[in-house]
Design a protein around this ligand. Structure first.
Ligand SMILES: [Zn+2]
Length: 302
């Protein structure tokens, strides 16, 4: 007898097991297909969450904490010096071809009159980024700069990196003194600035986003440089200053040239006439910076 025999029950168990396995496989395949279909629909509607999306794991939480730490605990510095702001209702003008903007930092000094004489002789305009000095001689030089068509910008009052880059408040305290003094003396409100050491340097890593943001919010334009005379070192020669500027300017359509106007920079002064003559003969034109000149600014570091 086959029915009821051991062989019969063996066959029943085998068929049941086969059916269970087959059903499981089939349902997995169907689930896979419907999942893919669902993903496709979500993607088409921009709702898909891919496996590569950032998840809120501990790493990204740490990263957010790090990013948040770049924001100050308070924005109270925005309330300091409410009059320290300028009209920012302007747009940058198109860059002029073969344009050169000579800029002199750290003056005025005993050499400033010579620089002004040379600029006058060649009938060109430049920009002076001033370090605070309210002596009678300096006041006369600020007035002369303005009357001869040059631009005065703010550089610093104390020019001490550790002091001015302590916080946005410290920077504003320092900036305000020079800006207000220059306005009082000349009757012209300075509208541009150059950060001591450039906008981003090894002293202001912790605060430059807030300081730069605050100065832009107040309407000021700041200028770094793309050509340097490299005249800050004491060993540089007149010849080197000349070639640093000439070679630098020839690389750009628009050059903002960093030079220094300190009493020990006589090599800068003596290199100046040849620099101007050479660049003029090559078809370059010199202009003073104004707030609507598109700035040259250092990149933010990550
Ligand atoms: Zn400086």
């Amino acid at each position: 007898m086959y029915f009821g025999s051991i062989r019969f029950y063996k066959h029943v168990i085998l068929i049941v097991l086969t059916l269970v396995v087959a059903c499981s496989v089939a349902s997995c395949v169907l689930m896979g297909i419907s999942n893919r279909h669902l993903k496709k629909i979500l993607q088409e509607n921009g709702l898909a969450v891919s496996a590569e999306s950032p998840s809120f794991n501990s790493d990204s939480e740490n990263q957010s904490d790090e990013l948040r730490s770049h924001y100050p605990a308070s924005f109270d510095y925005q309330k300091l010096y409410p009059n320290l702001a300028i009209d920012n209702d302007f747009i940058y003008k198109e860059d002029l071809p073969k344009s050169v903007y000579l800029t002199f930092d750290d003056g005025p000094s005993s050499l400033t009159p010579q620089i002004l004489d040379i600029l006058k002789e060649y009938n060109i305009k430049a920009t002076f980024f001033i370090v605070y000095n309210d002596s009678m001689e300096s006041q006369a030089l600020y007035k002369r700069m303005i009357s001869e068509g040059h631009t005065i910008g703010v550089h610093s009052t104390c020019h001490q990196y550790h002091t001015i880059y302590q916080s946005p408040d410290a920077f504003l305290d320092d900036f305000a003194q020079t800006a207000l003094m220059l306005e009082q003396v000349t009757g012209v409100k300075p509208e541009i600035l150059r950060f001591p050491g450039g906008s981003i340097n090894s002293y202001n890593k912790a605060v430059y986003p807030q300081i730069i943001g605050e100065m832009l919010r107040r309407g000021y334009t700041y200028y770094d440089w793309n050509v340097s005379a490299d005249d800050a070192t004491s060993t540089v020669t007149e010849k080197q200053i000349y070639s640093n500027v000439i070679n630098g300017v020839k690389r750009y359509n628009k050059s903002i040239v960093l030079m220094h106007d300190l009493s020990n920079k006589s090599d800068t002064v003596s290199a100046l006439p040849d620099i101007i003559s050479e660049l003029k003969s090559e078809g370059y034109t010199f202009y003073p910076l104004t707030k609507d000149v598109r700035p040259v600014a250092f990149d933010y570091v990550d």
